[in-house]
Write a protein that binds this ligand. Sequence first.
Ligand code: SAM
Length: 217
Amino acid sequence: MARLRKAARIWGDPKAREIGQRALITPDDRVFTIDPPAIFGRRAPVEIEIGAGKGEFIIERAAEFPERDFIAVELSATVTRVLAVRCGRAGLGNLRVVRMDARTLVNLMLPDRSVSAYHIYYPDPWPKERHVKHRLFTPTLVASLFRTVEPGATAYVATDVRDYAGEIFPMMLAAGFIRAVEAAPGADRTGFARKYVAAGKPVFSASFRRPRESKNP
Ligand SMILES: C[S@@+](CC[C@H](N)C(=O)[O-])C[C@H]1O[C@@H](n2cnc3c(N)ncnc32)[C@H](O)[C@@H]1O
């Protein structure tokens, strides 16, 4: 409720809304592809954060790497409004926000080999058996992550749920990714990560690389 009120207050301010709308990518009926070079007006490595929440990590990351382009994907309309205003206020030309189910984006809308990194931190675990169907990670989604990353590109993952990590990590390997030694840069920098780290909770993070020599798609 407090979150809804906060989002309504922020979005109700015309100046904040105008700033947020500038950061938002709004797909419509004519747009079936998200084409990063068309959005950013240049060809640069593209990093995507799925379930970006309020953007604590991706805003810092986009500021850190101005030579790369960033898309923050968020499903919740409420959270997206807060995220878009925060991204707009950061004033970064290399960061845009899209409100959609990341499964639609990754499975259907992104071109092959168009992404240089995915960041997926603390996806909702849906622990109850009857809710498992809502989980982000499925073999289909993971195959699409593989299809859409460039050879040599990395998908970074973190979760606070041991059992979920135990499903995700083998799924990534089964899709053709290989485990990389590199630490996941957002594993301790997102909004949820900061809470978990402060509470001393264990987190399970890993990086997965698409081999350079991998074949189509
Ligand atoms: C537990 S929160 C973690 C947020 C952020 N990654 C962090 O670590 O602070 C999960 C986020 O993923 C979003 N989400 C859940 N399913 C999604 C989907 N299918 N596509 C895009 N975002 C999704 C939720 O709305 C929520 O904001």
